[in-house]
Design a protein around this ligand. Structure first.
Ligand code: ADP
Ligand code: MG
Length: 695
């Protein structure tokens, strides 16, 4: 059989054996064309050289729970379904044999396995080994069924594994990929030569990754760093970089509102300052003034560790526009924080405080109406609010600057919504979670950066400690001491709901913690705050803590960002293992704000090694880096972060160096001008990767 070569844009349904059910399954998975099919790489490669004969598996080194993953291949000799006695869980037991020995496999709570598997099936299994009652066993291993549906056999060194897509099993998918590879026409190459030197062409790269030749490097293959990976990653990162460069070029062409400066304005701004700026604050503000007076639209990221004084810089920037007849908005993620900023602005602004307006979702109707009217008339020149600012009813008279605090909590769409409310306001985003430039670009697109790398003077270092749950009494003792000295304490609980537990570990929820605290500190007033409180309740409870009427605040991470209570000098975080490192660092930033020595105490029975990072350094940049390495950008920013591009091969952390080469290449390509073919390729790639459109 011979066919004319197919362009990668051909529908995947053109492949053999594509009934309607399979076509629907592909569609469901977002796979429309051969290109889509081929760019979805195997999730794993099994190296035949790494297969272990069952007879060779030993207990050795398995005394510790985690023995590393082993891969084995065998035939199901026996399969049994039962229910465990104590917990009443469905138990599936399989006895796997390969001629050299046998291995017991156990799965809990997956009764359907009894229908999927049967004796005689060949299974490829990978997972950690455990010493069991009847010798070695694997609990809940991953597996691939190697027979049925025309198993293609395993003739090469590497077996690529694909995830099942509805009707389409991994094996069937592999057959589709093989056919697509053999029939595909090589696509045109739109990458600049400087990027593709020494790398295979696109189609070859796809072949190398779907059908790795025996001489491929196992480690590189697994890590995603073969030349073939680099080729595909370069395509994604170059498309991404071109998009960013184009947006930037577009922005630089737009007329930005020129904010006028004068000696009088500078004097005015100075009068708002309660203390001299740090060097870093002064430098950052200068950069902002440069933008605001440049005639171009500002798009700047202000990064700074917790406590570096971002708010003051924001206030100055807002004052620049407010004091010259414009309006500025400060957008923050929580109502608690909005109120706090509004209070501190009121203090700093002195006789101008009347031009400040708070806007919250939880406001009473009449109050909100009045606020909206003041914003619409331009009477409110400093507007502080939460996501309520995104609502359609909010109209500004002349919005000239938007400052966003803790930016990564807002989705890109929300930012766009706010953008539409003003002609083309200047944009300053502030992040307390320092992120590498590659990620900043991915999330914020084209931007300039200022960094506050200096803390205001007079900060006391914070002592950090980690306690096992059984030694928690030592933590409470430190709280007791702080209270005795007239200080206040935060206690952080991971959850308001025991059902958040996922059945994995015993979790002490916030109610249990409250009871515990009342037991330990019977004479103290304790306020409890969490995300499910009505805004009003939250505000009253916070106010009681801020004023010192209550000296213990028990909270979920609603207080993670920004809350400023200088008299609070001790924080205890329960179940610290449930938090990301950067999140813990943020929490830690809530203490150590006054003149007194502070301590940050974590209670955790697990992940001690990870948490150790916080004891070793107070540098938020280093902590964020570690956090990103451990969790990857998706987790790091939380699932809700809508703005991250969906690269299929590239990895913004791993491929940082490649990204910077792609960015340089993209800048050069723009200078030379893009060909029509390149523009079309770019649009297609942007759609495929769900990157922001070229505007
Ligand atoms: P963050 O960068 O975490 O948002 P804040 O803006 O909340 O930090 O500032 C932290 C604390 O430092 C606040 O109490 C603020 O008043 C104080 N602060 C800010 N700038 C200075 C400065 N230049 N000198 C002294 N204290 C400052
Ligand atoms: Mg802040």
């Amino acid at each position: 059989m011979s066919f004319a070569p197919l362009p990668l844009s051909s529908k995947a349904t053109i492949l053999r054996g594509m009934g309607t059910a399979r076509a629907a399954a592909l569609q469901e998975a977002g796979i429309d064309t051969l290109r889509d099919l081929l760019w979805n790489l195997p999730y794993r490669y099994v190296d035949r050289g790494s297969l272990r004969p069952l007879g060779s598996l030993e207990m050795q080194g398995l005394e510790t729970q985690d023995s590393g993953i082993v891969t084995v291949l065998g035939t199901i000799q026996d399969l049994r379904q039962s229910t465990t006695r104590v917990q009443r869980m469905a138990l599936t037991e399989v006895l796997l044999a390969d001629g050299t020995g046998t291995l017991r496999l156990l799965w809990f709570n997956q009764p359907y396995l009894g229908r999927t598997l049967k004796p005689g099936d060949r299974l490829l299994v990978f997972g950690p080994l455990f010493p069991g009652r009847h010798g070695l066993e694997m609990r809940g291993p991953q597996f691939e069924l190697m027979v049925r549906e025309g198993d293609i056999g395993w003739v090469r060194r590497y077996l690529p594994l694909y995830r099942r897509l509805g009707q389409i099993t991994g094996r069937v998918r592999q057959k589709l990929v093989t056919e697509a590879l053999s029939r595909a026409h090589p696509p045109e190459d739109w990458l600049p030569l400087e990027l593709t030197k020494d790398l295979p062409d696109t189609l070859t790269a796809l072949r190398l990754l779907h059908e790795p030749p025996d001489e491929s490097e196992a480690q590189e293959l697994e890590a995603g760093t073969t030349p073939a990976h680099l080729r595909l990653a370069s395509e994604e990162l170059f498309a991404f970089s071109l998009g960013v460069a184009l947006r930037r070029a577009g922005r630089l062409k737009r007329q930005g509102l020129v904010v006028p400066t004068s000696a009088a304005l500078r004097e005015r701004l100075k009068s708002f300052l309660p203390f001299p700026l740090t060097g870093a604050q002064r430098r950052s503000f200068k950069e902002i003034v440069g933008d605001l007076t440049s005639g171009r639209v500002m798009n700047r990221l202000l990064q700074g560790d917790v406590g570096s004084g971002k708010t003051l810089v924001a206030l100055l920037a807002l004052a620049m526009v407010a004091e010259t007849g414009g309006q500025g908005a400060l957008l923050v993620p929580t109502e608690v924080l909005a109120r706090q900023h509004a209070d501190s602005f009121t203090r700093h602004l002195g006789d101008q405080a009347g031009t400040m307006q708070l806007l919250l979702g939880g406001m009473k109707a009449a109050e909100k109406r009045a606020a909206l009217a003041r914003i619409a008339s331009g009477e409110a020149r400093y507007v502080v609010g939460t996501h309520a600012l995104f609502q359609e009813a909010v109209a500004f008279q002349r919005l000239q600057l938007v400052v966003v605090d803790e930016q990564h909590r807002f989705g890109v769409k929300q930012r766009e919504a706010l953008k539409e409310k003003g002609g083309d306001p200047h944009w300053l985003v502030m992040s307390a979670t320092p992120i590498p430039r590659s990620l900043a670009l991915a999330i914020f697109g084209d931007l300039d950066q200022s960094v506050l790398d200096e803390l205001p003077p007079g900060r006391q270092p914070i002592t950090s400690k980690l306690f096992k749950p059984e030694s928690a009494e030592q933590a409470w003792e430190q709280v007791r001491r702080a209270l005795a000295e007239g200080r206040q304490a935060f206690v952080i609980s991971p959850s308001i709901d025991p059902s958040d537990d996922e059945g994995k570990v015993q979790l002490r929820d916030i109610q249990a913690m409250e009871a515990l605290l009342h037991g330990i500190f019977p004479d103290e007033a304790i306020e409890v705050v969490h995300g499910r409180l009505k805004a009003e309740d939250m505000a009253t409870r916070m106010a009681r803590f801020v004023s010192g009427q209550a000296r213990i605040l028990l909270a979920t991470t609603v207080i993670e960002v920004g809350v400023d209570v200088p008299n609070a000098t001790v924080m205890v975080v329960d179940h610290a293992e449930r938090f990301g490192l950067s999140q813990l660092h943020q929490l830690r930033g809530r203490v150590g704000r006054g003149a007194h020595r502070s301590c940050f105490l974590m209670i955790s029975g697990s992940e001690v090694e990870r948490l150790q990072t916080l004891l070793e350094t107070q540098d938020g940049f280093r902590i964020a880096q570690r956090d990103l390495e451990l969790r990857g950008p998706g987790e790091f920013f939380g699932v809700k972060q809508a703005g991250l591009p969906r690269f299929q091969v590239a990895d913004l952390m791993r491929d940082r160096v490649l990204l910077s080469r792609c960015r340089e290449a993209a800048d050069r390509a723009l200078v030379l001008g893009l060909s029509e073919g390149q523009v079309e390729w770019l649009r297609r790639e942007q759609a495929r990767l769900k990157l922001a459109e070229i505007s």
